[in-house]
Design a protein around this ligand. Structure first.
Ligand code: FAD
Length: 475
């Protein structure tokens, strides 16, 4: 008899409820007596990779995380198999086949909230039940499960600030404990690295994510270093892209090398007085992450490409492939936008302030559809996460949860002067401007080898506001 844990965006052994319950109690005993074994799978689906999309950098990161996870699981006596399927609709059958082959009696997994993933899990559950296989699912992507944070009238929040207040109240009333790493269920087994590498050859050629070591120990170390040394100053430095002011743990949270609970507990422990502004500001960012997962789970039209605010369906976005390509390549002639896009293209990560700046520039100054930017980000990000990315894009495009009206349009040059005052970040990523002084570097013109600004920021801002106004007035 076999119990199966299906890993997805929870590639860790500590604080993993699915793994914990799969291995706990009588299973440990029975396994030691060799009457029960625990197995593990990860499903790699080509169609899912193509449509979401998951880019090379994130795929490489997932591959490395799985290789490390398979070593950790092997120490516990658990073999991790990676199943490759072409089409989403084949996933249920593939998991059912695996279950049949290994005489699986129970499947354990942690829930995911986007619509595609919920439909996939519903299909697999149905298929398992047909085969008399028990299905056990747990919440672990959020600290407070989506749906649990409600207004007093019992409805769901669409705006962040009241959501965050209600969230904090619930969190403070909860005693969170971390699930320990399971003790070994059998003698250590051989690691299946070659098999995993071979499956990944189907989907990735480069798989280079060397900036983020993809193992649980490094993830916990990154969290520890940040909460020990930097979190107290987070509110002072979080908006300065040239500083090491943020945690850079987003890739770890995205694939689940860390859990939000581990982050919350680490932050609380760093705040002995309970009054640290750095800690509360950082927790607020974790709550944004939870908020966007809540939006995706409750208002699932955002999973089908629709904006949250209905009237914005009528915005006549500009269709200019040439302008879009300049934005993607980081050759817009606006230094801070170009620096940010080149950071993204090169490392797979971009500072939060700059994600906002480049997204507003694309959707407001260029009036290009936010869905194009959203997809491009997903294809490049190492931390690409549907909820945070969709939420961030819709917020910037004024089609989503921003409580301010559509006339919030950041001026990228003003942002650059404010948050990169000496041009350090621009110099790092746009070396052709490195020789300019601290003033000129934000707004260069006539510099050899660097393009002129592709649009006039003031007039395009006005045009965007007029377009939004007439779409709103039309309903
Ligand atoms: P920190 O500032 O240290 O914050 C800690 C954690 O909180 C982050 O790791 C992240 O998990 C979460 N977080 C912080 N800010 C946000 C936010 N605004 N929304 C949701 N979660 C947040 N984040 C992703 O993880 N994946 C994405 O695909 C993604 N796409 C984005 C697209 C746009 C247009 C925008 C504006 C933001 C996007 N974000 C995304 C949110 C944010 O930019 C990143 O989470 C953050 O830059 C990661 O860096 P960090 O780990 O140093 O964050």
């Amino acid at each position: 008899m076999t119990r199966l844990v299906w890993f997805r965006n929870d590639l860790r052994t500590i604080d993993n409820p699915a793994l914990h319950y799969c291995c706990e109690g009588e299973v440990e005993e029975a396994s030691r007596a060799n009457s029960i074994r625990v197995a593990a799978i990860y499903v790699l689906c080509q169609e899912y990779i193509d449509t979401h999309p998951i880019g090379e950098k994130k795929l490489g990161f997932i591959k490395n995380a799985l290789l490390n996870l398979s070593s950790d699981l092997a120490q516990l006596g658990i073999v991790l198999d990676v199943l490759y399927v072409e089409r989403k609709r084949d996933i249920a059958e593939s998991v059912a086949d695996y279950c049949q082959k290994w005489k699986v009696t129970d499947v354990y997994l942690n829930k995911e909230y986007p619509l595609d993933e919920r439909e996939r899990d519903r299909d697999v559950e149905k298929r398992c039940l047909e085969e008399d296989i028990a299905f056990h699912s747990y919440h672990d992507r959020c600290l407070i499960p989506p749906g649990a944070v409600k207004t007093q009238a019992g409805s769901y929040y669409k705006v962040f600030t009241p959501f965050s207040k209600a969230w904090l109240q619930l969190a403070r009333a909860t005693d969170f404990t971390v699930y320990p790493r399971p003790s070994s269920v059998r003698e250590p087994v051989d690691v299946a690295h070659r098999a995993i590498e071979a499956v990944f050859l189907n989907v990735t050629k480069e798989g280079n994510s060397s900036l983020w070591p993809a193992d649980e120990k490094s993830a916990l170390e990154a969290l520890r270093t940040f909460t020990k040394n930097h979190i107290v100053d987070y509110h002072n430095y979080r908006d300065i892209p040239s500083e090491l002011g943020t945690s850079k743990i987003s890739p770890y949270l995205t694939v689940g090398l860390l859990s939000p609970k581990q982050c919350y507990i680490a932050a609380r422990q760093a705040d002995a007085s309970g009054n640290s502004q750095g800690v509360s500001t950082w927790l607020n960012e974790l709550i944004w992450r939870e908020f966007y997962m809540h939006v995706v789970a409750i208002f699932s039209k955002v999973c089908k490409g629709f904006p949250l605010i209905t009237y914005t369906e009528n915005i006549p976005w500009r269709d200019s492939e040439a302008d879009f390509e300049k934005w993607c390549a980081g050759i817009t002639g606006i230094p801070i936008v170009d620096a940010a896009m080149r950071q993204l293209n090169s490392t797979g990560w971009m500072h939060n302030r700059l994600r906002m700046v480049v997204a507003m520039f694309l959707t407001k100054n260029l009036l290009i559809d936010w869905r194009k930017g959203e997809a491009y980000f997903m294809s490049q990000l190492i931390d690409g996460d549907f909820s945070a990315n969709n939420g961030g894009w819709q917020w910037c495009a004024s089609t989503g949860t921003d409580s301010a009206p559509y006339f919030r349009v950041m001026n990228p040059v003003a942002q650059s002067e404010r948050y990169d005052p000496k041009g350090d970040f621009i110099r790092q990523w746009v070396p052709e401007l490195a020789h300019l002084d601290n003033k000129k570097i934000h707004n260069p013109s006539g510099v050899n080898g660097y393009p002129e600004a592709m649009v006039d920021l003031k007039s395009t801002r006005k045009e965007a506001i007029a377009v939004f106004k007439s779409a709103k007035d039309a309903v």
